[in-house]
Design a protein around this ligand. Structure first.
Ligand code: 2AM
Ligand code: CA
Length: 271
């Protein structure tokens, strides 16, 4: 068993402070179908309220750090200090439809990482409805509560359960996604589209999914989850298999045994 660092305790506490209201709002959404303004506005309010709570808590603990948040954008702070990257509600579409699968994601980015480049050092993905807190610290592993996480050990594509995100409403490249899907789906045990990128990655780290691909995401969707996968012994690359996922905005994550096999399928599909 390992204890959080002080910083992770701050992140975990912030997520747990925002969660009760999100849970209440989620239960409320189901009764809003007939309201005049409709559930979409209500969900966007819930999203903003959660973000406000997270920002207040994080600011209290680290007043001079910058915060990049989905709703509020970039809040200023000391450029030499780390910054928080915050997604108050990942899986908004699920939330809106009363589907109990969404998360809060918080990451910390050090502007001067080990290679002098910005680097994610801490990540937390918290699922309010199951009270599961997935967290990782660079060099200290990935954890679910106090249980060490390890990516799955499945090595055969035929046994692999793969998560993805499907382009929607003009976002993303549907032709590219379809080609990858066409190559991967016949080879694997199953494909899932659950709707929260942060949880998809956390679940790869936890060995529930064996792999994942998606493109056109935002830093707050993936920053925490990418660290979770890496600290759990998995790989996250772009579709060419290079360590450029964030730069190319392509995310191919898998356990150590399956990553190269999955990468070959994807590379062939895009050739
Ligand atoms: P969000 O819930 O914070 O918006 C899943 O493919 C990812 O895409 C999620 O992390 C989700 O983050 C984002 N996304 C944004 N708009 C979406 C939409 N209309 N449908 C599905 N996912 C969406
Ligand atoms: Ca998101």
């Amino acid at each position: 068993m390992v204890a959080h660092s002080g910083l992770l305790t701050v992140m975990d506490r912030a997520a747990r402070k925002a969660a009760p209201r999100l849970r209440r709002d989620f239960n409320e959404v189901q009764h809003l179908q007939v309201s005049r303004k409709g559930p979409a506005d209500f969900v966007s309010m819930a999203d903003k309220r959660a973000e406000q709570t997270l920002i207040e808590e994080l600011r209290k603990a680290r007043p001079d750090w910058r915060i990049l948040a989905e709703e509020g954008g970039e809040l200023p702070g000391d450029p030499d200090k780390p910054r928080f990257i915050v997604d108050p509600l990942d899986g908004t579409t699920n939330f809106l439809h009363g589907i109990p699968h969404f998360s809060i994601a918080i990451a910390v980015e050090d502007p001067n990482g080990s290679q002098g480049k910005p680097e994610i050092t801490h990540g937390l993905v918290y699922q309010p409805l199951t009270d599961e807190s997935f967290w990782a610290e660079k060099g200290r592993g990935a954890w679910l509560q106090d249980q060490r996480l390890r990516v799955s050990s499945r090595r055969d594509l035929s046994e692999a359960l793969i998560a993805t995100g499907i382009p929607f409403m003009g976002h993303g490249n549907f032709a590219e996604w379809s080609r990858i899907f066409g190559a991967v789906a016949p080879e694997v045990a199953g494909i899932r589209r659950l709707g929260s990128a942060a949880l998809d990655l956390a679940w790869v780290a936890a060995g529930r999914f064996d792999g994942y691909w998606e493109s056109d995401l935002k830093p707050w969707d993936v920053a925490a989850g990418m660290l979770l996968v890496k600290e759990a012994g998995g790989f996250v690359t772009d579709y060419r298999g290079q360590d450029m996922a964030m730069q190319r905005n392509q995310f191919l994550a898998a356990n150590d045994g399956l990553h190269s096999k999955l990468h070959k399928l994807v590379a062939n599909a895009l050739r």
